[in-house]
Design a binder for this molecule. Sequence first.
Ligand SMILES: [Fe+2]
Length: 397
Amino acid sequence: MGQRLDLDDWFAPLGLTEFSRTALGQRPLVTPPRAALADRLRDVLGVHTVDDAFGKRVRDVRAWFLDLDGNASAASMPAASARRLYDAGTTAYFQDVADFDPLEREVAQTFRVSPGSGKVQLFCNRPSAVTKVHFDPVDVITVQLTGCKTWRIAPNEFAPRPLKGWGAGEPIGPSLRTYQENPPPETIPGNVKEYRLEPGSVLHVPRGYWHETFSTEDSISLHLLLIPPLRMDFLLAALKNELAGEAHWRESVYDFTTPAEAAARTAADLAALRAALDRLDPRDLVRAPLPTAPVGPETRFTRAGQAAFGVDALEPGAARISVSAYGFRETQTAAVTVSAPALPALRWVNALPAGTALDVADVLREAPGLTKPEAQDLLGLMEQTRLVRRSPEEPLP
Ligand SMILES: [Fe+2]
């Protein structure tokens, strides 16, 4: 271990960037077997045999089996009995392996998802292992490491781009019904494609694609799972950041009002929500590189959204503060010390609605203890920590 998965050549002849832009989450992709890739990945994972898999620091390994009704089922295997169950013919699904944590970070970085949204897992299949037709709410990239495994996959016209997984025969929940487009199929649809994966074959199964698998021999496969960033989640997260700064939106609303009171409150809140939505700015959600030009006496700024400041501690003549710039993938926090006379200006800027214009004169008015160069420096600090944006703005690269 200590190495990287290094996904650059996994999808050859497609490069990693081309795969990410044109295939990931959109269309299936399969590559021919490549013994060299399987060799390399077995080395990187330190998994050549099933003994190696059981020798890892495993947080969760699951038994993968069909129940008496023929439905795929899984149950956690206690470490003490996992190996015996595997030897007795149970397929082992290594869902959470501590030794793969650095690889999961690499996967999240490679596909630009938040830490925790990339999983690195192993399937150790026994002969005759079967997974009944189902779909998952995640994008899957699998590489066969040893043995062979057959996949049958088909596009999902029943519930495209699903938010939850579902398997044939299961009850359809209310949340799935919001985007159910066709009656549920009982078996995998007719436009199915079958792939027999041999060591070094890579298969991408996009989110929602129907799939079923079977193997006639022992096999080990590597599975990368990506929890995809959804268009609506990206914007809802930004809206929530915008709302969370106001006590009004943090108020509890228990359901003990009359219907008329609840309707009136909801109507007023929807109007306020539309105003909050109008304060969201793409420039706060898609961050441009920070300007390098110094702040001059005439430089103008705009209170940015998605950033907030707080005082960590007051010291004689100074204050230790932290500024957080909230992002969908990650939140950046800068801890700095500022002079005490700067605090009133920081508090004033922090309370401004996103989109408000401000300049050096405003800072001097709010913090009369500052000199003009100090006010410029303070605005520079606010810009570097994303509390304010420079206006007019440079176009995004
Ligand atoms: Fe699956």
